[in-house]
Ligand binder design. Structure first.
Ligand code: NAP
Length: 242
């Protein structure tokens, strides 16, 4: 495959954690567009992709801003002319997770990022995904979407559960266009995200968790499936040893 034929993958949350790990797992044979809010961490991921022999461009935006997402899509298509894959890992939570402690403003930010942000990128990319003919999307959701997780929080749980419906509606309505969507539900992963917990886990607790690379490998497994194979949902848990 020549570089010009490589599939084009647009990753959100690409500056850290699972989005970054997905970029590194895909670097050898995809052209990567990296999005998130922080330009500096996205640029570092792009350098690491380049060091791994890959090609990446940086398209910073706040996923809650639909206009900024559309502008990034236009820049991406101007550069490479196609979008074949999405990895939607941008996400947010708040330490204030209960009805007693949350504020409506924070609820809006969490739902705006986890649900509306995902819908904004999907909506912007959909015409190009249809044109791809064999597009594949990984929505990085959460184990809190798969079964009730009492500590995940009101806004987080609601937004991640809604992603299941986002994936199901796409698979029901867009499979004729060759689009396949996977609802990826990780358990605890040792990333920056843990600093948003009411009680931040210590090093010992983190050692028992999944790593970002575990998820990067799973994302690659989903995206590498042949066009007639759809992995609807994937739940990944760390194995707890006594
Ligand atoms: N860590 C876990 O235990 C765990 C478990 C299950 C699911 N998840 C989910 O996994 C996904 C990835 O999280 P992670 O654990 O890898 O943590 P992370 O390193 O904090 O990644 C989250 C990413 O989202 C980006 N982001 C946040 N708000 C954004 C916005 N408004 N617009 C654009 N980008 C935004 C952040 O970059 P900027 O700050 O630069 O924007 C960051 O790179 C999230 O959706 C999270 O809900 C995490």
């Amino acid at each position: 495959m020549t570089a010009a034929e490589a599939r084009v993958t647009w990753i959100t949350g690409a500056g850290s954690g699972m989005g970054r790990a997905a970029a590194l797992a895909l670097a050898p044979d995809r052209r990567l567009a990296l999005s998130g809010r922080r330009q500096d961490v996205l640029a570092q991921t792009a350098r690491d992709v380049s060091d791994a022999g890959g090609e990446a461009i940086v398209l910073p935006f706040d996923a809650r801003d639909a206009g900024a997402v559309s502008a990034a899509r236009d820049e991406l298509l101007g550069r490479w002319g196609r979008i074949d894959e999405l990895v939607l890992a941008a996400g947010l939570n708040s330490p204030r997770r209960t009805w007693a402690t949350q504020s409506v403003d924070e609820v809006d930010q969490v739902i705006g990022t986890n649900l509306h942000g995902v819908i904004h990128v999907l909506d912007a990319a959909l015409p190009a995904l249809r044109a791809s003919g064999s597009a594949c999307v990984v929505v990085v959701s959460s184990i809190a979407a798969w079964r009730f997780s009492p500590v995940a929080g009101v806004a987080y749980s609601a937004s991640k559960r809604a992603l299941a419906a986002v994936c199901e509606t796409l698979n029901a309505q867009e499979s004729a266009a060759g689009i396949r969507v996977c609802h990826l539900c990780p358990g605890d992963v040792d990333t920056e995200f843990l600093s948003l917990r009411p009680e931040v886990p210590d090093a010992e607790a983190r050692e028992r968790m999944l790593t970002p690379a575990d998820i990067g490998r799973a994302v690659r497994f989903v995206l590498d499936a042949p066009p007639h194979v759809r992995i609807d949902e994937l739940v990944i848990s760390p194995v707890v040893r006594p």
